[in-house]
Design a protein around this ligand. Structure first.
Ligand SMILES: [Zn+2]
Length: 305
């Protein structure tokens, strides 16, 4: 069953490449630990408009610093595209080895949607979603990848964990999505210089669905076809069947579009066939540690093989 997706723009379909050579042994990404991470993150205030949000952003910052990252923040103001109400937003960047000659970006959005326009109960459309998959699973995976990559990559390679804010500050029919990555693309000079010279980016969004299915995304295949091919070849070699040999029928506008606009050709890993999307059902019982571990493994092996 495929839902109607507002983000869709273009059409495309193609088949996959052959499996790659077997990569070396995988890092250990523990599903139970990933699920516990997501549960802990759900207690960190990140919902757009939440008065305790500053505390939530500080917690993300502390966590990145505790893992050895140098943290930069990029505060800005976003506006509700339906009515113009202002929202104080902050992109958070954790940088590992900024002086290294080679750089890449791993990104996700950390903000939680304050509306639930797809919920079956119209009386609850103006209430925040839990956001376990949409806004949390990506952060949990990046928090697992950071130390694994920090310890496995050669010293000549550094990277930025970009936690974008305001991805959810959009309304169906009004646009406005991806406020954080759009702000980054328009103010690259405010971001860490090592991030600005990244060679590529990978964006994670909704990677925790217990029934995980990730297809190639058409914008990604235009931005960085070689990276898409490497990710899917790695998944095939690892036997990770959640990365299916298929392409979504619609291109998706997500943070990877604005990273690419900033000169960082980026791909999106997303399971958008998620029937709890933008509803109050997007809670912890709908995501699995195994799904998040799958995505962590594929990204890790692609970046380290
Ligand atoms: Zn969303």
């Amino acid at each position: 069953m495929r839902r109607s997706w507002i983000w869709g723009l273009l059409l495309c379909a193609c088949r996959a490449a052959a499996p790659a050579k077997a990569p070396r042994a995988s890092a250990d990404f523990d599903p139970a630990r990933l699920l516990a991470e997501a549960a802990a993150l759900l207690r960190v205030p990140r919902t757009l408009g939440d008065p305790n949000r500053e505390r939530g952003i500080a917690a993300l910052r502390d966590r990145l610093e505790a893992m050895g990252a140098t943290v930069h923040t990029q505060p800005f103001t976003g506006y509700d595209p339906d009515g113009g109400a202002p929202f104080a937003l902050t992109n958070v960047y954790g940088v590992i080895r900024p002086k290294a000659p080679r750089q890449f970006v791993l990104a996700t959005h950390f903000d939680i949607r304050p509306w639930a326009e797809s919920d079956p109960d119209p009386r609850r459309h103006d209430q925040p979603i839990p956001g376990a998959n949409d806004g949390t699973s990506g952060v949990a995976v990046l928090f697992a990848l950071l130390p694994a990559l920090r310890d496995s990559l050669d010293p000549g390679t550094g990277f930025t964990i970009a936690l974008f804010d305001g991805e959810e500050l959009g309304r169906p029919g009004h646009g406005g999505y991806c406020a954080g990555s759009m702000y980054f693309a328009e103010h690259v000079e405010e971001a860490p210089p090592s991030m600005a010279r990244a060679e590529f980016g990978i964006v994670l969004d909704m990677v925790g669905d217990a029934e995980l299915t990730i297809a190639r995304e058409p914008n990604s295949s235009r931005h960085n076809p070689a990276l898409v091919q490497r990710l899917w070849e790695t998944a095939a070699a690892l036997g990770e069947r959640a990365f299916v040999d298929a392409t979504y029928p619609h291109a998706i506008t997500d943070d990877h579009v604005f990273l690419t606009r900033a000169g960082i050709p980026s791909v999106l890993l997303i399971d958008y066939d998620y029937d709890a999307w933008h509803t109050h059902a997007d809670d912890l019982d709908r995501i699995s540690g195994q799904s998040m571990a799958t995505v962590a493994r594929v990204v890790f092996e692609t970046l380290t093989q």
